[in-house]
Design a protein around this ligand. Structure first.
Ligand SMILES: Nc1ncnc2c1ncn2[C@@H]1O[C@H](COP(=O)(O)OP(=O)(O)OP(=O)(O)O)[C@@H](O)[C@H]1O
Length: 681
């Protein structure tokens, strides 16, 4: 935060540091930091009528106070009000002051959520006050998202100071506001930060409340504007045109055991046409699991490598495993053509990394595969022509920004097996041209999916035996244990031993994430060669593994897995001519969410449909991995519920850019301020 701003807002260095953690660095950042919820200290409800599971305030006399030591130390105060009903206030962390305030016979006011507890209804860690010192509040109290060490009163004060100092003048043209029936910004902000007494909780919690609608619209508009401007900048930038001679591509195609599908050829032509331009390509290549994206990426890389000018190409994937799969395939295809492929990931030794970096900087290596290590500041390319990014949405915001900076004026191809639903395509991915491989390679038979209770394990083993006796192969995926890699490994080893005991006539192998790359490669090679009948695996095989003779996929504890993970895993079979099956083993009890997921995967085979359900079940933030990256991209608007606002913002953004450039500048200044790049990243 600038020293002037800090002074103006009377913020201490300590508070400024905490605010920075919340990405609040300017007065406008503070003004746009909106309440997460409100607390209602305006009313007192009788305990007998207090709602369960919703914040409420009660008042009563302490009739009993004691410290309980089992199962852990805690303070429990029992209060009773005029309704005669009793409520326990429970504090797991407490201070001497609590004991004083809650002495028997004291009147106390408690704000919190009531839940059914073991010893009756209770509030855990309520906010407490002595009623004689405080009158009821006049209006709802806003509660803001915050960080450790920054309390609500200080944050509230900083925000209110900011509200006083910024110029809240309306910038959006009045005809637009009128058409959209949206209130003025200044009024909306005041209401949300300091709700007037007549507004109740229900009204304010409703996303359709006009003040919220206004803020959501403004946020979506900022996103659309920044994306359009980014696109304009890109279109006016200049990339080196890449025009392959076709010589190496022809050689690679001649060696493949298949010919490209019409969809692959069409998509490749689209990419080649982009690459030949001086405008940097920004294209998303979508294709369902197994549709053959990898060969399209390889042939695209060849266009760059074959063009005159010693260009380099790089392909980046979000995980080491996925990157490694690409590395293996690319090596297999490119080395016979006389092209060396470099590997760069975070886990390489420093010496090896330095060597690759030198080769990339002096241009002796022209094709690099790796993780985001490829786009660290200290990696310099001699003449980068094309960047390909697999599963781009799984990268965090910071990594995407790093790529954006490195990739300026470089052609970019994003690849995704997770189809981007329409709302996302209209917002986060609006700057991308899209190519879709909408056809699977020929002779694939549909995969039969079955749900099987884990109690019927021996039946599943019977299926495995049957499959292998026909000369086909099977995968057996071990349960996912997120909490501990060691436990995961232990489970995998046990699964292997159990299967070996149950199916002694079969050769059973094991791959897991802890194995060294060479060991993993050796087991995979045996499986590919058909020497191993059943491959027991942790989810390392989720992506990229491609063994067409494998026709049975068994997934244990399928209820623990996410939809796209299940779809990816199932996609490991059905790649050859044999009819394939996927057996999803589950254990009860199933959560509602797990039940929904299993139903979706059972009923659908199309990746687009599954992604749509996934988005509905998890919401766009999770779907995009925003939580993982720690920086929410849209803070207020929600793509599922605010589709109408999104459509309006999309419609209005180009008009504003054309007719009111000054409005665009002001609006973005307010919304992006110190967060530049976030919305469009
Ligand atoms: N035109 C084609 N005809 C027959 N087989 C093909 C064709 N194109 C690709 N394949 C084969 O199909 C399999 C799947 O291809 P690939 O691994 O590229 O799929 P993908 O789109 O990357 O899927 P995933 O997201 O599952 O990794 C591979 O065995 C590949 O060799």
């Amino acid at each position: 935060m600038l020293p002037e701003t800090r002074q103006l807002l009377k913020i201490t260095d300590h508070t400024a540091d905490k605010l920075h953690k919340l990405h609040l660095n300017s007065a406008w950042d503070l003004v746009l930091h909106l309440p997460l919820r409100y607390e209602d200290e305006t009313q007192i409800v009788p305990i007998a009528h207090a709602p369960l599971g919703e914040p409420c305030q009660v008042e009563g006399e302490v009739v009993h106070l004691h410290v309980q030591y089992q199962p852990r130390k805690q303070l429990i105060a029992r209060i009773q009000d005029e309704s005669g009903a009793i409520l326990n206030l429970r504090f797991i962390h407490f201070y001497p002051n609590h004991v004083k305030q809650l002495a028997e016979g004291q009147m106390v006011r408690a704000l919190g959520e009531i839940k059914h507890g073991y010893h009756g209804d209770e509030m855990i860690h309520p906010k407490i006050k002595s009623p004689d010192k405080t009158d009821l509040a006049q209006s709802l109290t806003p509660i803001y998202p915050t960080t450790q060490g920054l309390n609500q009163p200080i944050l509230r004060k900083a925000i209110n100071q900011a509200l006083e100092t910024v110029d809240l003048q309306e910038v959006l043209p009045s005809d637009i506001l009128h058409d959209l029936r949206l209130p003025e910004l200044a009024e909306s902000l005041r209401v949300l930060h300091n709700p007037p007494p007549h507004l109740d909780m229900k009204t304010l919690a409703n996303g359709a409340f006009p003040a919220w609608q206004r803020l959501k619209f403004d946020e979506l508009l900022a996103q659309q504007l920044s994306m359009r401007l980014a696109k304009q900048r890109r279109l006016s930038g200049s990339a080196k045109p890449l025009r392959g001679t076709g010589e190496l591509s022809a050689k690679l195609l001649a060696k493949l055991p298949f010919t490209l599908t019409a969809a692959q050829q069409r998509v490749l032509d689209e990419i080649a046409a982009d690459l030949a331009q001086t405008t940097p390509m920004h294209r998303l290549l979508q294709g369902d699991v197994g549709s053959g994206k990898t060969i399209v990426a390889a042939l695209s890389a060849l266009v760059a490598l074959e063009s005159e000018g010693d260009f380099q190409a790089a392909i980046m994937a979000p995980t080491e495993i996925l990157a490694e799969q690409h590395y293996v395939k690319f090596k297999q295809w490119f080395e016979p053509l006389g092209i060396d492929v470099a590997w760069l990931s975070g886990s390489l030794k420093k010496k090896e990394k330095d060597q690759v970096k030198t080769q990339l900087a002096n241009g002796t290596i022209r094709l690099a595969v790796g993780t985001h290590a490829l786009f660290q500041d200290d990696v310099v390319f001699h003449n980068l022509g094309l960047v390909m990014v697999d599963e781009q949405h799984r990268f965090g915001v910071a990594q995407r920004l790093a790529l954006k900076n490195k990739g300026q004026d470089v052609h970019q191809l994003m690849m995704s097996a997770t189809p981007i639903p329409r709302t996302l395509a209209m917002s986060f991915f609006a700057d991308l041209d899209v190519s879709v491989i909408d056809e699977l390679p020929p002779n694939r038979t549909p995969i039969q999916t079955k749900l099987i209770h884990s109690a019927r394990r021996s039946q599943v083993e019977g299926f495995v035996l049957n499959t292998c006796q026909k000369g086909q192969q099977a995968y057996w995926v071990c349960p996912l244990i997120e909490e501990s890699e060691t436990l995961q490994l232990q489970t995998a080893t046990e699964t292997l031993e159990n299967l070996q005991a149950a199916l002694p006539s079969l050769n059973i192998g094991l791959v897991h994430g802890r194995m060294k790359a060479a060991e993993k490669a050796a087991v995979m090679a045996e499986f590919i060669a058909g020497k191993i009948n059943v491959l027991v695996a942790t989810t390392v095989i989720e992506v990229g593994v491609d063994v067409p003779n494998a026709s049975l996929m068994v997934i244990e504890h399928a209820e623990r897995m996410g939809l796209s993970q299940l779809h990816q895993l199932r996609g490991r079979v059905g790649r050859g001519v044999a009819a394939s099956s996927c057996l999803l083993m589950f254990t009860e009890p199933l959560s509602q969410m797990a039940r929904e997921r299993l139903k979706v995967i059972y009923e659908n085979t199309d990746g687009f449909e599954i992604a749509r359900h996934d988005l509905n079940l998890r919401g766009p933030g999770e779907f995009l991995g925003a939580r993982q990256s720690g920086a929410p991209m849209l803070r207020f608007a929600d793509l599922q519920n605010d589709l109408i606002l999104l459509e309006k913002a999309r419609e209005i953004a180009p008009k504003l850019i054309a007719q009111h450039p000054e409005v665009v500048a002001q609006h973005l200044q307010r919304w992006l301020g110190s967060r530049e790049g976030f919305l469009a990243a």
